[in-house]
Design a protein around this ligand. Structure first.
Ligand code: BGC
Length: 335
């Protein structure tokens, strides 16, 4: 290349590179959420955005209202708006291949948030130990039931489209399967609550009551929303507080039910820690850092680097030293 032409080429290349560096100083993050229905996701969003803004980034948030077509469209639109990095909590981990392909073509790294995106080339997965969530739910019930007494359970799983829901079930199965086999535990009824909706959980609970009368001792509800739906059905039958009910998320209404005795336990997932970690990681990735995990999970495409946040089982006995001490809910709201 002639020196002048080489200089011109370098000058043009510099011009092309400048906006990219500018956007790394003030990165733009696309946050695509499945839903904002449950209390936890609003908290995730607020903390994520606040932390990113503190670090000088801008966040564009989309929520797909449990609709896969819409979430693919949301992500395509974030890509066309020139985001530097995508953080995605999928409605259906297996239904985002089109948008993931577009992100890859545009060279935009994707961080999977709380739920794993399947069969795609993603950079990192940040989550809680979801198998352990299911184990804590089953452990809590088993620990409170006399070892020589048969235990009859109703199992309300989460959304069949959510990979986490399968992991929660897997965690419960780790403890329950041998006991079901030995006959100590009987599953009276079981079903998946579509889109995690409390009203679907209520229908499952109503059907279980119609079929088995009051012949069950515990309801393993996968999260606080589904626990709320089940407890509504139990209330109508005068059974609330008389059977054990599990949950997850430490939502305010669930913590209130625990203190009043209609729900037995929840699993506290410190969403603040996950949201801040995701926010800081997203900003770092946008600024060119390569994300690293402490372990990996196979998403069907590759071994995805993962980071897990800790979780804890919560009931009346430790509500104050966990949920309240962490500033998740103030004590006076739990009366
Ligand atoms: C999350 C839970 C949440 C559920 C329903 C799951 O993927 O891990 O925390 O309760 O979705 O939104």
């Amino acid at each position: 290349m002639q020196p002048v032409r080489r200089f011109a080429a370098l000058f043009i290349a510099t011009l092309l590179v400048v906006p990219a560096f500018a956007s790394r100083d003030q990165p733009v993050i696309g946050l695509s959420l499945d839903t904002l229905k449950e209390e936890r996701w609003q908290r995730d969003r607020d903390l994520f955005v606040a932390e990113a803004e503190k670090l000088g980034a801008k966040v564009i948030v989309q929520a797909a209202n449990s609709d896969d077509t819409r979430q693919n469209r949301d992500i395509e639109s974030l890509i066309s708006r020139g985001v530097d990095v995508l953080v995605v909590a999928p409605h259906n981990g297996a239904a985002l291949s089109r948008a993931m392909k577009s992100a890859k073509e545009a060279g935009i790294p994707v961080i999977s948030y709380d739920r794993l995106i399947l069969n795609s080339d993603i950079a990192l997965y940040l989550t809680f130990d979801n198998v352990k969530v299911g184990e804590l739910q089953a452990r809590w019930v088993l620990d409170r039931w006399p070892a020589d007494k048969p235990l009859r359970i109703v199992r309300i799983y989460g959304a069949p489209t959510d990979n986490n829901a399968k992991l929660f079930k897997q965690g419960q199965d780790n403890l329950l399967a041998p006991l079901i086999k030995s006959g100590r535990v009987t599953v009276v009824a079981e079903d998946w609550a579509l889109d995690w909706k409390p009203e679907n959980a209520k229908k499952i609970m109503n059907a279980a009551i119609t079929r088995s009368g009051h012949a069950f001792d515990a309801v393993l509800a996968a999260n606080d929303g589904t626990a709320g739906g089940a407890i509504q059905a139990l209330l109508e039958e005068g059974l609330a507080g008389k059977v054990l009910v599990t949950g997850q998320d430490a939502d305010l209404p669930a913590c209130q039910r625990i203190m009043r005795g209609t729900q037995s336990m929840t699993v506290f997932k410190p969403v603040a820690r996950l949201a801040m970690l995701a926010s800081r990681t997203a900003v770092a990735v946008a600024r060119g850092e390569k994300p690293a995990g402490t372990s990996t999970l196979d998403n069907g495409f590759k071994a995805v680097p993962c980071l897990f946040e800790e979780i804890v089982s919560v009931d009346q006995t430790n509500m104050m030293e966990t949920v309240v001490a962490a500033g998740f809910h103030p004590a006076d709201k739990l009366k």
